[in-house]
Design a protein around this ligand. Structure first.
Ligand code: HEM
Length: 294
């Protein structure tokens, strides 16, 4: 391959990496906004808000398209990044004789491929734990359920008594008694003994996340993770790695796209540093708080 073709292809790779990288930054903002509901609203209200949000994200056609774009971007960004790293290594197999890396580039910029690979490992395990269980697996998935204690009168004695009632939340917003229904096809609620679909329930993703990060209140079907502390640490370390990756990646994407301007570039750099600190920090706070408030 001629030198100019190689250059062209590596420029093209950088271009696509920048576009997919910036799109993934947008995904991060949206995903963070959705996940912050896990800690900002508590009790039944919080659980309901998160499960309704997750249902909307899984069923809205426009969001579905954005989801596919996200998967494609992750794959494209990772493959392009690995190819670029190999290409750079081949172009200079022997390092410069006088090399002072810390003076020429930041630690993050010199380790983008390693940081990216670690993030890819994080995404793979993260999707196996949440996305696979919620969207792909056909295993039984607990539905959003609310428990109430109500006053009733004893049918034999007529005396008042307290009765525990379990209710499913349906996608039309009503609560329906669990003991009168049976679940088919994961979320369809059928009247017991009759082949009649009454409503649809919500998958309880809120409890899946809470159980994963060791919250002992998530008793509806998901066993509390014995390794929750390890999971929380893994998330915190991964967010640290992601922060490092974004520290260099955010502003460098604008540069690779040719969006350079003497008055805007310093501003983009500052915005990139802010993004690289704030977004991973807020992501990391979520598992920590869930673990600590158990
Ligand atoms: C505390 C932090 C996080 C929590 C609690 C969380 C939670 C979840 C949950 C419950 C899902 C499955 C539900 C769904 O697909 O809508 C999911 C999907 C996903 N998460 Fe996260 N997440 C966190 C951080 C991250 C981070 C930092 C990344 C990327 C680096 C990420 C990437 C993804 C992707 C790509 C999906 C699949 C999205 C889709 O299907 O459209 N998540 N996450």
């Amino acid at each position: 391959m001629s030198k100019s073709a190689l250059l062209k292809s590596s420029i093209a790779k950088k271009y696509w990496m920048s576009l997919t990288g910036l799109f993934l930054c947008l995904f991060l903002v949206g995903h963070l906004a959705g996940n912050l509901q896990l800690i900002f609203t508590t009790g039944e209200e919080g659980k309901r808000a998160f499960n309704e949000y997750a249902y909307f994200m899984a069923h809205n056609p426009a969001i579905k398209i954005l989801s596919y774009l996200t998967y494609i971007s992750i794959i494209f960004h990772a493959i392009d990044g690995i190819m670029l790293a190999i290409q750079n290594k081949r172009a200079r197999p022997i390092p410069y004789a006088y090399n002072n890396p810390s003076a020429n580039s930041s630690l993050a910029s010199r380790n983008m491929a390693i940081l990216g690979t670690l993030i890819l490992v994080f995404i793979a395990t993260h999707m196996a734990n949440f996305w696979w269980k919620a969207k792909i697996s056909s295993d039984k998935f607990p539905l959003h359920m609310k428990e109430l204690t109500v006053e009733d009168s004893n049918p034999m004695t007529g005396q008042p008594q307290k009765v525990n009632v379990k209710l499913y939340l349906t996608t039309s917003g009503d609560y329906v008694p669990v003991d009168q229904l049976e679940v088919k096809n994961n979320t369809d609620l059928y009247a017991k003994g009759v082949d009649l679909k009454m409503a649809e329930g919500y998958k309880d993703l809120h409890s899946l996340v809470f159980a994963f990060f060791g919250h002992n209140k998530s008793k509806e079907g998901f066993p509390v993770n014995d390794m929750a502390l390890g999971a929380v640490l893994f998330y915190v370390i991964s967010m640290f790695v992601m922060g490092f990756h974004l520290w260099h990646g955010f502003s460098s994407a604008f540069q690779s796209l040719g969006l350079n301007h003497p008055s805007y570039t310093p501003l983009i750099k500052k915005a990139g540093y802010g993004f690289a600190v704030l977004v991973p920090l807020l992501f990391a706070i979520i598992p920590i708080l869930i673990f600590l408030t158990k």
